[in-house]
Design a protein around this ligand. Sequence first.
Ligand SMILES: [Mn+2]
Length: 370
Amino acid sequence: MGNVDWSKEELAVLKKLNAAGVTDTKISKELGRSVASVEHQRRAQRWEKPRRVKKLTPAIRQDLTPMVNMYLQSAQKIFDQYADIFAKTKFKGAYSNVKQTEQIVLNWSDMHSGETNKSPITGKVTYNEAIQQKELLEYQKGVYRFYELYRKSYNIDTLHIFSLGDMITNDRIFDGQLFEISCCVGEQVQKTIQIMASFINWASQYFPNVVVHHVIGNHGRSSDCYNEPVQNNFEYGLGKHLEAIFKDNKRVTINVAENLFYSTKILGHKFLLTHGHMIRGMSLNTIEKAAKEFKLLLEGDPHEVMNIGHFHTALLLPIGKTSLVVNGSFVNDDTFAFVKLRKQSIAQQVMYNVSKKSALHNWQRIELNW
Ligand SMILES: [Mn+2]
């Protein structure tokens, strides 16, 4: 039977019933035609079959639940079977929901603001203000990286910044100064205050407390006289400026050392800070020997960690049960380190964790030239 056989009336009935969602079987009975004919005619007229949506009653939903669960369970079995074996490593230790409180010590020294350094080997400029800016960004990124790493396991409530001296280069301390400079000491101090203040401000976003422990270095002295009072040193003034800047910030504390040596207590452990220029000689043996002497001098008042800068080489040396932490510098391929230490310096700064149990763990170097 072709289209021609369908009367206008029949087509009208088909259109109406189809639009109402009546099944083809019922329409075929109504019109006395075969189901195939109804189907064919509907397609020929390009009348779409309306979708019959079954109402999802609560009863139907209840029926589906066990099937869905069954599906999920069997899917989970397969996921478990093929999941990454490291991600699925079973924890066998004891775990406390209460995270351990840790504090972080960040060493910051030998930044030598104002210095221009050329590699003693290649003659290439390895340090100037533009490079310093890049390194400061890496320093910040490094601190953030370790913060992100450790905060998952620990409550980190305080960042201690051990400011260990030689943040500036100066312009008046050596006869025929080894270093080239880009600006004089007054500007060096101003720029360094800005650098340190904005860094401390940034750090206080992530650490509930930021405490700066600031000692002077030999590069900050006001003349070529080694024995002038600490208070004459440009870096003493630098610390005092920082103290004034943060005096109203309850979460930031700036401690400025009044002597060459400075002692502080963190979570029950004692830390000694000094720049390190009083150590005469530059070899590892000399440094180790001097650290042993410091330790002897402090016999009645033992310190677990001694922190020094000055040597432009990041090191961790055990002196008996005391740890000697030597910080690195900001200057890559430093002429000073090369001539004096016969070493090619790498711009690095040191960071470590402190807990009640341990005065020093997770000792890390932050690479400034990444
Ligand atoms: Mn120094």
